[in-house]
Design a protein around this ligand. Structure first.
Ligand SMILES: Cc1cc2nc3c(=O)[nH]c(=O)nc-3n(C[C@H](O)[C@H](O)[C@H](O)COP(=O)(O)OP(=O)(O)OC[C@H]3O[C@@H](n4cnc5c(N)ncnc54)[C@H](O)[C@@H]3O)c2cc1C
Length: 361
């Protein structure tokens, strides 16, 4: 190992881990970056895959980005933004594009937490980042079976070595510094100038570093596949559902996806829920389908950490980890920020900034 060119070891190939490598190369392209990922793919909680049940490409979960997410917004082409997001009140059977009336509904989805519980500082941050609600900041994009292609694949060019199927099992330390990374099948020695960045989801971070795991909230996604293009009133493709079973409806040609955030009841029969939601969609479309189309239910039990006051107070305030040469990144590591792709990206930016402030690489 050459002392002049240290290696930065990044654990986790979600948006945060991938973006770390990107920011390192922006600072110093001579630094070698190695990304270790437990699974056999990159993207973490945001990826696309070939679904065998529906025989089509799907996103693991439909991801939405608002224009105010400045960093993620750069990945979206001008024509892909939805300028009109409609809200449909199921009880009144009325469509409206007055988003100001439905802020609580929007906040619940952004924070994956019941609106009355969301930490005040997170709400302030959302309002600060999105204020004034200009047309540009307000606009929305949702992923259309293209999460991997659009986001994570972009970062691949900035990684020197990507090691999939490498789950970090143990960190060995010496004199307050990480000395070895133990992957079971392989042990990696950490050089004196090397840096380790742990860019994991909170559950795996807590397991690895013997820390307290934060409470999480689930998100349910249901994908319906029809034989023909699905048309909604006003040619809408992005609809917030008020007083209904689902929170959001997203339409992309013949795939209709619905999302339900922070669902409290873990006893719900999800297959039955999917059938009942389709009845609601029938109502919105003004039709009475003879049968429910093929669908797939994806329940992400630990989608994000809860973003209530108590949990927010337990989140880190800096990227410095518990050892001198260990830093952290990941959506949950940014106290006061909603957990999303934007905060994952920002956490990477912060980690690299802090590392370069401390190290003269
Ligand atoms: C259902 C759902 C819907 C969502 N909707 C939205 C949305 O609409 N908009 C939005 O912006 N965000 C949304 N999010 C949140 C968004 O996906 C996350 O905030 C973001 O992807 C987090 O990225 P990350 O890199 O911080 O963590 P992760 O993506 O979790 O990456 C961590 C990586 O570390 C790997 N790993 C874990 N343990 C180890 C180990 N021991 N060794 C090596 N590797 C390990 C994991 O396999 C994973 O690849 C949603 C998330 C879910 C689940």
């Amino acid at each position: 190992m050459n002392a002049a060119t240290p290696t930065y070891h990044i654990i986790g190939a979600g948006i945060a881990g991938l973006a770390c490598s990107y920011f390192i190369k922006q600072k110093n392209k001579n630094i070698r970056t190695v990304v270790y990922e437990a699974s056999d793919r990159i993207g973490g909680r945001a990826y696309s895959y070939e679904d065998k049940d529906l025989n089509t490409r799907l996103d693991n979960a439909t991801h939405a980005i608002i224009g105010a997410n400045k960093n993620m917004a750069k990945f979206v082409h001008e024509k892909e933004w939805e300028n009109y997001v409609y809200f449909w009140d199921v009880e009144e059977d009325k469509l409206s594009d007055q988003h100001q009336r439905f802020l609580a509904h929007i906040f619940k989805s952004i924070c994956n937490t019941q609106p009355s519980l969301i930490a005040q500082n997170i709400l302030r941050k959302i309002l600060f980042l999105t204020f004034p609600w200009t047309r540009k900041k307000r606009r929305l994009y949702f992923s259309k079976q293209d999460l991997s292609q659009k986001f994570s694949n972009f970062f691949l060019g900035s990684i020197d070595e990507l090691l999939l199927n490498h789950k970090l099992l143990k960190i060995d330390t010496q004199f307050g510094k990480v000395a070895q990374l133990n992957f079971g099948k392989k042990v990696v020695e950490i050089g004196p100038d090397d840096v380790v960045i742990v860019a994991l989801d909170n559950r795996n971070y807590a397991k690895l570093l013997n820390e307290q795991e934060l409470p999480h909230n689930p998100i349910i996604n249901i994908f319906y596949q029809t034989s023909q293009k699905i048309n909604l009133p006003k040619a809408a493709s992005f609809v917030g559902v008020i007083n209904g079973l689902a929170d959001w409806i997203f339409v992309n040609h013949n795939i209709l996806a619905v999302t339900i955030s922070a669902i409290n009841d873990n006893k719900t029969d999800l297959q039955e829920l999917a059938r009942r939601i389709w009845k609601e969609i029938d109502k919105l479309r003004g039709v009475n389908s003879a049968f429910v189309p093929a669908f797939k239910v994806c329940c992400h039990k630990h989608a994000t950490i809860a973003q209530d006051e108590t949990t927010n107070n337990l989140r880190p305030t800096s990227a410095q980890g518990k050892y001198q040469n260990l830093f952290i990144a990941g959506d949950w590591t940014m106290q006061n920020y909603p957990c999303c792709m934007e905060s994952a990206f920002l956490s990477a930016k912060r980690a690299i900034k802090e590392i370069f402030k401390q190290n003269k690489h």
